[in-house]
Design a protein around this ligand. Structure first.
Ligand code: PEP
Ligand code: MN
Length: 337
């Protein structure tokens, strides 16, 4: 249930509604809006009796929430969430471009790639210092040394950084260095990690689980919001299907669905969806055409030497071309809406 207050409702009237919700054993979550305050009712078991609130002074209406997720839903917040990171707006009319290597390998590697990302107009630098690898024998990342390299690149090029957190043990450390903390596909339903992300002040990029429905994905985001962190960026990165021609299948139809259901920004990762360099550019163009709020792509200056995901990493000149193409496609698709 969402209780929408009248525009001229007084703070005392808002407090009285919050008390009435809490007296029934539920949790009240005030949501400040542009013109009026709304109050979400959380943790109710079964339906909430709307008539109790209808008659309270200052209440405009009490709307039942029909979706299983609440705080992430458009029913709770009709306007888009815009997240400010550095001087980039995520979720507004700007197409966010995040780029960088799959894994941080060395200072020279990150600095070289970051320079290209900056020159081509990328907004944010990516790079994994803690890598979730299928094989325990594969490169696991440089850990804190990798985070330090990312921080140096941020200093040198003025690019905020996004990097993945693998578990609770490294959350504090990753959070200290990162501008955006990434929760990967394999951790989308790691509920203790989601709760920890909810206690953080840093924005979170939540990748869709490789076999997760949109509802499950939004429910995972709900964990983060209910713990108090409203700054979640959703990232579609392809789902596991029967096909062999690509690593995953990019579910572009999820973008309009998420944008309809949720106010959170949603971006696309064509690199992990494709798995092959030649598919990345067409999928990136398609992401801009469906009005995703942005994209995250892997770039490497010497992909044949990459310790991870070289085969799907764009060369710097391809990335440069991608930036120009997707920005003009995004303009067209936003104007068509
Ligand atoms: C990544 O972005 O580095 C990554 C491991 O992606 P995913 O979690 O989507 O596989
Ligand atoms: Mn990768």
């Amino acid at each position: 249930m969402l209780i929408v207050m009248q525009k001229d409702a007084t703070p005392d009237q808002v407090t009285a509604v919050i008390r009435a919700i809490e007296n029934r054993g539920h949790t009240a979550r005030p949501i400040p809006g542009g013109a009026r305050v709304s109050i979400g009712v959380l943790y109710n078991e079964g339906a909430v009796d709307a008539s109790v609130f209808h008659d309270m002074p200052g209440v405009k209406e009490a709307i039942p929430v029909t979706r299983p997720y609440k705080m992430v839903s458009r029913e709770f917040q009709p306007h888009d969430t815009i997240i400010r990171v550095g001087n980039v707006n995520i979720g507004g009319d700007h197409l966010l471009i995040i780029a960088g290597p799959c894994a941080v390998e060395s200072e020279h590697q990150v600095m070289t790639i970051a320079e290209h990302v900056k020159k081509s107009g990328g907004d944010i630098l990516r790079g994994g210092a803690f890598k979730p690898r299928t094989s325990p024998y594969a490169f696991q990342g440089l850990g804190e040394a990798g985070l330090k390299i990312l921080a140096k690149a941020r200093e040198a090029f003025g690019l905020p950084i996004v990097t993945e957190v693998l578990d609770l043990a490294c959350y504090d450390m990753v959070e200290d260095y990162a501008d955006i903390v990434q929760i990967g596909t394999r951790n989308m339903q790691n509920f203790s990690l989601l709760r920890r992300a909810g206690e953080s002040k840093k924005p979170v990029m939540l990748k869709r689980g490789m076999s997760a429905t949109v509802d499950e994905w939004l429910m995972a985001a709900e964990y983060i919001l209910t713990e108090g962190n409203p700054n979640v960026i959703l990232c579609e990165r392809g789902v596991r299907t029967f096909v062999r021609h690509s690593r995953n299948t990019l579910d572009l139809s999820a973008i309009p669905v998420v944008r309809r259901e949720s106010h959170l920004p949603v971006i696309v990762d064509p690199s992990h969806a494709a798995g092959f360099r030649d598919q990345v550019m067409p999928l990136a163009r398609a992401a801009a055409a469906v009005s995703a709020h942005g994209m995250m792509v892997e770039v490497h200056h010497a992909p044949e030497t990459a310790k991870c995901d070289g085969g799907q990493s764009l060369l710097p000149e391809q990335f440069d071309q991608l930036c120009r193409q997707v920005r003009s496609i995004f303009e067209v698709s936003r104007n068509a809406e």
